[in-house]
Design a protein around this ligand. Sequence first.
Ligand code: G4P
Length: 273
Amino acid sequence: MVKARRMVSEHLQLVDVVVELIDARIPAASRNPEIGKLIGGKPRLILLNKADLADPVVTRQWLDFFQESGDTALAVAASDSGSLKAVPLTVSSLAKPALEKWQAKRRLPRAPRLMIVGIPNVGKSTLINRLVGKKRLTVADRPGVTRKEQWVRLREDLDLLDMPGILMPRIGDEEVGLKLAATGAISDAVFSIEAVTLYLLGRLSNLYPGLLCKRFQLNNLPDDVTNLLQEIGIRRGALLAGGKVDTLRAAQQCLDEFRDGRIGRISLELPNR
Ligand code: G4P
């Protein structure tokens, strides 16, 4: 991890803009809390990725929250090129002051440079692949770049560092860890599948009871998440010999349906104002 951090801080010097990818379903838990310290005054674009899986109303609230905090943020789905249209333009405008300074000093124009950072599984590789498209051109021999990094020139005249910076999430408390596990950001080995699913069911019962009832064809939600998991197990046929519910299988099924967006567009965190 020290290595990953070093990679980010070393490459920071080479870029004009840092694109910080976070998960739109858990914008707070999916941030590395030290990012601000790490990137210092470098312009930053926050992308709330996987917005296709998140509740659009809550995502709007997060965008307002970031804007009020003085940050530039966009909601995107890295898997959908159409949602990325505003990214190059926003990066270019954030890079403008640095490029003007560069040009004034060296009298040479150059394309804005950016790097993408974020926690594991947040969609960094998907985003790089989408931005780059099919054509993968390596940019070499450009002023100021003497190392062997791979840069790709994007169609919009931006140079992208073809290697994402990996930041680790900080699991400060158990709830943050459970949110990260629910969205698949940390390995299923950290918490038991049942614990993650019971947490998720508790959260969904509070925030999206209607979606839960609809998905699992329930008239009412049981008042206890353990009973809810039992009901889901029965409805999904996750049963052991003898007819008892196989809670592990039921929990895994439920988690898969949440992660794939089959329960609905869900956000697990609201901005704290
Ligand atoms: P990383 O480099 O940050 O580690 O993440 P990566 O791009 O590998 O993406 C992790 C998973 O998230 C992938 O799914 C990817 O398809 C999915 N993903 C990335 N961006 C989006 C998005 O905007 N919306 C949705 N719905 N999914 C997204 P996977 O199941 O691990 O692999 P696969 O299904 O692509 O084979």
